[in-house]
Write a protein that binds this ligand. Structure first.
Ligand code: SIN
Length: 197
């Protein structure tokens, strides 16, 4: 499968007739909402875990030297915490463009902190997309992140912003925080964090 997913995502019309749709964000979508939304709520989805296993050619790296960004991988025991946004279906044109490097829209149950839930969408980059990098040691992931930069800025900024946003939500994520620890050893004075994709 090509890593440009815009055409495939535009065929996913399940929510087109809805007045509004919940979107679950677990990566840059937690800390950078560059789209209008009706409501935003901390939320989670079950059966998935966050991993820095997706290559970024368009935001935090280049075709020649991809950065690493997060995707979700199936894990029956896991719950992934993030942020949900209630948006109108028109926002998906912008979101499909932003998430075009391998991410596919998937319908999922989104759980809110008050115990309620709603069906919504999440963007997931599976192992079948051409930009997928897959597992590596946390040290190797941190080294690749420290060395990468793309049109949206340094890859380290993506990691540091995500870690900060998860702390702000009060959520632990050992995978993210361990890679952050390794990065801090490689980058003595962290880049100034400015929210970008
Ligand atoms: C997301 O944030 O939900 C998808 C991955 C990303 O854009 O970083």
């Amino acid at each position: 499968m090509s890593h440009n997913t815009i055409a495939i995502n535009q065929r996913m019309d399940r929510f087109n007739s809805h007045a509004s749709v919940w979107l679950f964000g677990y990566g840059s979508l937690i800390y950078k909402a560059d789209f209008p939304f009706l409501e935003r709520r901390p939320a989670s989805i079950a059966g998935w875990t966050r991993r820095f296993w997706q290559g970024s050619h368009d935001h935090r790296g280049t075709e020649a030297a991809p950065g690493r960004v997060v995707t979700l991988v199936p894990d029956a025991e896991a719950t992934c915490h993030g942020m949900a946004y209630l948006v109108t279906p028109e926002e998906f044109a912008h979101l499909d463009h932003r998430e075009k490097n391998g991410y596919l829209r998937l319908a999922t149950e989104i759980r809110f902190e008050d115990g309620s839930s709603a069906e919504g969408l999440v963007y997931i980059a599976t192992h079948e997309n051409a930009a997928y990098l897959g597992p590596a040691s946390k040290q190797a992931i941190a080294r690749q992140i420290a060395a990468s930069r793309g049109p949206s800025g340094p890859n380290s900024e993506y990691l540091l912003e995500l870690a900060r946003a998860l702390r702000e939500l009060g959520k632990d994520d050992p995978h993210v925080f361990e890679i952050e620890r390794h990065l801090m050893k490689l980058v003595p004075s962290p880049v100034k964090v400015v929210a970008r994709t």
